[in-house]
Design a binder for this molecule. Structure first.
Ligand SMILES: [Zn+2]
Length: 276
């Protein structure tokens, strides 16, 4: 699933083709892609609105229109791209939603597995139960190591599960959780409240570092994720842990292992990340 760096890259790639454009048409063929309101209302309300700003919150793409927010969650396989109306793209075979724009282009949403959602809403927090409970944005300047530590205190959860919890910090998923734990030299099964201040400061720093590197490399194209221009991100070429089970650790040479934590494949180095 696209995580913070992938969604941030999509947001950045959509600004140029969308900001200033006005919606002139609406189409869908899969009702469950429309998270709300119902498609008739959605069509009536979205037409005539202009894209003002596009931002990211956690793993959501948040487009500020004149009167409302157009919010997209890519989930597993969602892709957004802007293309001339007459052009035919490879991804169109999975297209389930599109908006026509006043310059003859279209914003298209393809989603092979159809878990993705598009919402039109007055406010962000009401779109899903999870949206209201999202934790802080880890890359915001206002989010400090002390805040991170304060959120860890009293949490009995294992670190991998905690990092995946969107109410703890927003935007981290399976890939960047494994990368952050590797770089922080912390075992995925360490209990959160067993970390001392120094260890939690290290994890805080590494969470931010791996997410920022992910953005700098424009996301990880290991499965479905593509940038809005259709090209791949490069982040996957720089992983230390994720997907490297059976291969030597790039730091110590020990063979990396894969296990399951919180129902997710979890990659780590048994030497660099001891379970103390
Ligand atoms: Zn190692």
């Amino acid at each position: 699933m696209p995580e913070l760096p992938e969604v941030e890259t999509v947001v950045r790639g959509l600004r140029q083709p969308l900001i200033g454009r006005t919606v002139t048409g609406f189409w869908f063929d899969w009702p469950r892609t429309i998270g709300g309101p119902d498609p008739d209302q959605f069509a009536a309300r979205v037409q005539g609105q202009t894209f003002k700003r596009i931002e990211r919150r956690a793993k959501y793409i948040v487009c500020h229109l004149d009167d409302e927010l157009l919010i997209v969650h890519l989930k597993m396989t969602g892709r957004l791209y802007v293309t001339p109306a007459e052009s035919v793209q490879n991804d169109d075979r999975w297209m389930h939603f599109k908006l026509s724009l006043d310059n003859g282009h279209e914003l298209r949403f393809s989603d092979a597995r159809k878990f993705g959602k598009v919402y039109l809403s007055q406010d962000f927090a009401s779109v899903t139960p999870g949206a209201a409970k999202l934790g802080p944005e880890p890359l915001e300047d206002s989010f400090k190591a002390a805040d991170f530590h304060a959120r860890l205190v009293g949490r009995k959860t294992v670190l991998k599960a905690l990092l995946l919890d969107q109410s703890f910090v927003a935007g981290v998923g399976n890939i960047y959780a494994d990368e952050a734990l590797f770089r922080a030299k912390l075992h995925p099964l360490r209990k959160a409240d067993s970390l001392n201040v120094k260890e939690s400061a290290r994890l805080y720093k590494m969470v931010r570092e791996v997410l920022q590197a992910g953005i700098d490399y424009e996301g990880a194209s290991i499965s479905w994720y593509r940038k809005p221009d259709g090209t791949e991100g490069e982040s996957q070429k720089h992983f230390y842990a994720y997907g490297r089970d059976g291969q030597p650790c790039l730091v110590c040479g020990t063979t990396l292992v894969k296990t399951r934590v919180a129902q997710r494949g979890t990659h780590y180095c048994p030497s660099c990340q001891p379970l103390e």
